[in-house]
Ligand binder design. Structure first.
Ligand SMILES: *[C@@H]1O[C@H](CO)[C@@H](O)[C@H](O)[C@H]1NC(C)=O
Ligand SMILES: *[C@@H]1O[C@H](CO)[C@@H](O)[C@H](O)[C@H]1NC(C)=O
Ligand SMILES: *[C@@H]1O[C@H](CO)[C@@H](O)[C@H](O)[C@H]1NC(C)=O
Ligand SMILES: *[C@@H]1O[C@H](CO)[C@@H](O)[C@H](O)[C@H]1NC(C)=O
Ligand SMILES: *[C@@H]1O[C@H](CO)[C@@H](O)[C@H](O)[C@H]1NC(C)=O
Ligand SMILES: *[C@@H]1O[C@H](CO)[C@@H](O)[C@H](O)[C@H]1NC(C)=O
Ligand SMILES: *[C@@H]1O[C@H](CO)[C@@H](O)[C@H](O)[C@H]1NC(C)=O
Ligand SMILES: *[C@@H]1O[C@H](CO)[C@@H](O)[C@H](O)[C@H]1NC(C)=O
Ligand SMILES: *[C@@H]1O[C@H](CO)[C@@H](O)[C@H](O)[C@H]1NC(C)=O
Length: 764
């Protein structure tokens, strides 16, 4: 099953570095003050104040005669929440709690962050479908909260771009090595947010105090979503071709809130607040916070406001897989994206002296001559003394015990000529960008190499690199690292929602951030290949921009429904998509959601599962949140939120039922879980859909009515799905699908169904 525990190798999930850094600092500081995010009830604002900003300031001023309010206030928020963030001592926090209009406060927390060819893999083409119908996303604005942007990257050139929409209120903020002349019709906004970080650590030196990206992550994600066409892109010869984002004619606005020096929720909330105010259509958020309830999750709180303004939000599921319940951003009102592979491999070739050549995974960026050198087999490559005596040879290692990471390090230290690793490891993304010549092979090829070395006392081999192979099968596969549902903060909504390309994605990179490390030297490149759900998320932001461009009348829930119900269940070998993290068994919806995104089909989903704001409030009520906690999310001033119809049965295009009762004595007693859904016809006026259930072995699943007859567009029909099962299932996860198929078989509106014995009671 879950094959191995994640190693703490750096990955595109910045959590490890940030956490370590800030743990260390907080030990040193023993700070008296801390940052807090304070939610206020606007209906309590005294009439004397003309604006909420002055009310918040006055609240802070009243705390202390000596300290000016300006040193305490970090941000005053407008859209995403009613309230502000401030740097407070414990006693000041208590005073605020006693002041009129106070609702709730949370401590500011650090967060995790989590070509070119992938557009073709998604079926995007100029002749028909999503690129054609939206003119490549023309006129749509994608905002990203990330590490900034490298504005001079060719991916942000504005050739062929339409004018900046007149509704745009954003700007290109002046900062270190950044000014408005760096923005254009492609990059239309650039702002940065670090007041929260600086309030927390006043002595932090901000290297580049501007939206300029010094890390690369934001340049990569933003160009993945909406980079312009760039010919001749490659990563040291790998993945060469024309780079382009998913929506190459959409505009980009960057909100930098993730810093090398640290990333704080107060800054992130400010960034989302500003993005909404500026007028973005789509938000892409490749980071998340683990282990917090929705009302303490800045992404959940801030994106509820985005939803109210019709902004579509794409988020990353996290890189903590393959363990169940490891997902973040499991928020009912956003899209949560899992990471898959694409049909492209990067290879090195080992040419044995006997004429046999074997390809294996590699992204080694260096140059090699075709010189033959001796090749030796050193089994588990554990003996560092022996390894140090090897010298200019190719060393073959066999990974028997999850030891790839240490083997890789041992060979690096021993400074051998090259390494060949025979391994079952499924997270090769972590190793392939090697700092010395290295090739990773699956065990079936290992025997050929070992036999040759055994047979020839003077065995020799050469290594070649830089090979890109397209059309590999099967693809996509679910990656091992992508985080799995159920969502800890709201288990009753099936998450993740959908699978998108995440592994080994080529996109733009700052030319002076390191893109590789070889033989003790940093190497630089205008494009880099990265892996993670951080890369999958902007793919969906781009696709959502295309849908928004082609179907401007659809709201966020309609777009999400179209994406989910039209996704692909089959890989390019026509088999059900497999899961690398679970020995290539069929991927369950807890790993990939409904399936792999299909942008062209999403334009014409047939039926839509739509959601009202109140439906989300009903979920919050059913989670047994207090009125205060609900208000933190909804900001409903004054009046209580309507909790007259609490329900976790959201009108979502997927289903999850928990059969995990602990009273095992009653194990033969059956229980029934029922769901009610409303579908809206957005296809042909007159159409009849028939519901079929597939999968769900061992459970009785039915849908009533079985047939939905529509007479017109936008007509709604209600149906019920019923799952009968034991009080506690023996299996951990059983899954299947409900498909509504129209009479012409033009539309297949498919929803995933999960029945599980996993725990749902650990709700945050
Ligand atoms: C903006 O910065 C660029 C590059 O640093 C510089 O060439 C240009 O003169 C600056 N423009 C303005 C208006 O300051
Ligand atoms: C920040 O730097 C100043 C001056 O160097 C020093 O006095 C102060 O203690 C530092 N503060 C913290 C929180 O480290
Ligand atoms: C960063 O730039 C902003 C805006 O120009 C300025 O207000 C702020 O003081 C600067 N911060 C630092 C740490 O230099
Ligand atoms: C490989 O060769 C190219 C072309 O000569 C050169 O630009 C590049 O720096 C070399 N790479 C390494 C890792 O030495
Ligand atoms: C790889 O996995 C197979 C099947 O689980 C196992 O038989 C084999 O010993 C493993 N090989 C290595 C090198 O770990
Ligand atoms: C595999 O690892 C375990 C635990 O680290 C160790 O006890 C065992 O000896 C190792 N097996 C081999 C073959 O090295
Ligand atoms: C990268 O480029 C910027 C702007 O030209 C410069 O300020 C910075 O020092 C460079 N960083 C590195 C690591 O070379
Ligand atoms: C909420 O409280 C009700 C009544 O106590 C309980 O039945 C239900 O299981 C709770 N829901 C959650 C999600 O904890
Ligand atoms: C079942 O019992 C275990 C152990 O006591 C507990 O951790 C878990 O929350 C219970 N699950 C349910 C659904 O009650």
């Amino acid at each position: 099953m879950a094959s191995r525990v994640r190693s703490a190798v750096p990955f595109y999930n910045y959590c490890h570095c940030y956490y370590l850094l800030f743990l260390a600092l907080s030990h040193l500081l023993a700070a008296q003050t801390d940052n807090y995010i304070i939610h206020m009830d606007l209906s309590s604002m005294p009439k004397a104040f003309s604006h909420h900003h002055s009310w918040y300031s006055a609240t802070l001023t009243s705390l202390s005669k000596n300290v000016p309010e300006t040193t305490k206030l970090i941000y005053s928020y407008t859209h995403v929440m009613n309230g502000f963030s401030a740097s407070l001592t414990p006693s000041e926090l208590e005073a605020i709690k006693a002041s009129p209009g106070y609702v709730h406060s949370i401590r500011d927390l650090p967060v995790k962050i989590d070509t070119t060819h992938s557009t073709k893999f998604l079926g995007l083409n100029s002749a028909y479908g999503a690129w054609h119908d939206s003119n490549y996303g023309e006129g749509v604005i994608i905002g990203l909260v990330d590490t900034g942007v490298w504005p001079e990257s060719e991916s942000f050139n504005d050739d062929g771009m339409s004018e900046i929409p007149s509704r745009w209120r954003g700007e290109c903020e002046i900062g270190k090595e950044f000014n408005s002349s760096l923005c254009n019709k492609k990059l239309i906004g650039a702002r940065f947010f670090n007041k929260g970080l600086l309030a927390k650590y006043p002595n932090t030196t901000i290297g580049i105090n501007s939206t300029r990206d010094t890390e690369g992550h934001g340049t990569h994600t933003s160009s993945t979503a909406a980079g312009n066409f760039v010919d001749g892109a490659s990563y040291f010869g790998y993945a060469s071709g024309t780079a382009r984002g998913v929506a190459p004619r959409a505009h980009v606005a960057m909100y930098k809130a993730l810093w090398e020096e640290g990333s704080y929720t107060s800054d992130i909330i400010a960034a989302i607040d500003q993005a909404i105010d500026d007028g973005v259509d789509v938000l892409s958020l490749s980071f998340g916070l683990d282990g917090v309830p929705l009302y303490e999750d800045p992404v959940a709180v801030a994106t509820f406001a985005a939803l109210e303004k019709g902004v579509f939000v794409s988020t990353s599921a996290g890189n903590e897989g393959p363990f169940y319940g490891s997902l973040h951003n499991g928020i009912p009102w956003v899209l949560t994206v899992a990471a898959g592979t694409i049909d492209r491999d990067f290879n090195g070739v080992l040419n044995l002296g006997n004429g046999v050549s074997i390809s294996g995974a590699s992204l080694y960026p260096g140059n090699l001559t075709d010189a033959r050198v001796p090749i030796v087999f050193m089994d588990m490559c554990k003996d560092n003394k022996k390894l140090k005596q090897v010298g200019r040879k190719i060393v073959v290692c066999q990974d028997k015990n999850d030891s790839l990471s240490s083997q890789y390090g041992n060979l690096e230290n021993a400074k051998v000529f090259g390494g060949v690793f025979i391994t079952n490891d499924t997270d090769l993304e972590l190793f392939v960008q090697s700092s010395y010549p290295a090739i990773f092979l699956s065990p079936e090829y290992g025997e050929v190499i070992k036999d040759y070395i055994k047979a020839d006392e003077e065995a020799k081999a050469s290594m070649e690199f830089g090979k890109t192979v397209l059309g590999t099968r099967p693809a996509p596969k679910v990656t091992s690292y992508t985080s799995r549902g159920p969502s800890p903060s709201c288990p009753e909504i099936l998450k993740p929602d959908i699978l998108a390309p995440g592994s080994l994605i080529l996109a733009a990179w700052p030319p002076n951030s390191s893109a590789a490390y070889v033989d003790g030297r940093q190497l630089y490149s205008k494009f880099n290949i990265l892996s993670g759900t951080s890369m999958a998320c902007p793919h969906l932001a781009g696709v959502a921009a295309l849908i928004r461009g082609a179907r401007p009348e659809w709201g966020p829930a309609a777009i999400r429904s179209a994406l989910i119900t039209s996704s692909d269940l089959y890989d390019n070998s026509l088999g059900h998509i497999k899961d690398i993290g679970f020995d290539n068994q069929l991927a369950t919806p807890l790993a990939m959601g409904s399936g792999h995104v299909n942008p062209n089909k999403a334009l014409d989903p047939g039926l839509i599962y739509d959601v009202d704001i109140q439906d989300y409030v009903n979920v919050l009520c059913a989670l047994n949140y207090t009125q205060k906690h609900i208000k933190v999310i909804t900001k409903s001033a004054g009046s209580l939120s309507d909790c007259s119809k609490p329900s976790l049965d959201l009108n979502y295009p997927s289903f999850i039922a928990f059969f995990n009762a602990n009273d095992s004595k009653l194990s033969d007693v059956k229980t029934v879980k029922e769901f009610q859904r409303t579908v809206t016809n957005v296809g042909e006026e007159k159409s009849t859909y028939v519901g079929t259930i597939t999968g769900m072995e061992g459970l009785e699943v039915s849908v009533v009515p079985k047939k939905l007859e529509f007479e017109g567009r936008n007509e709604k029909k209600v149906f019920k799905l019923r799952i009968e099962g034991p009080r506690r299932m023996k299996e951990r996860v059983v899954f299947g699908y409900l498909s509504w198929v129209d009479n012409e078989k033009k539309h297949v509106v498919r929803s995933p169904i999960v029945a599980t014995s996993l725990d749902s009671t650990a709700v945050l």
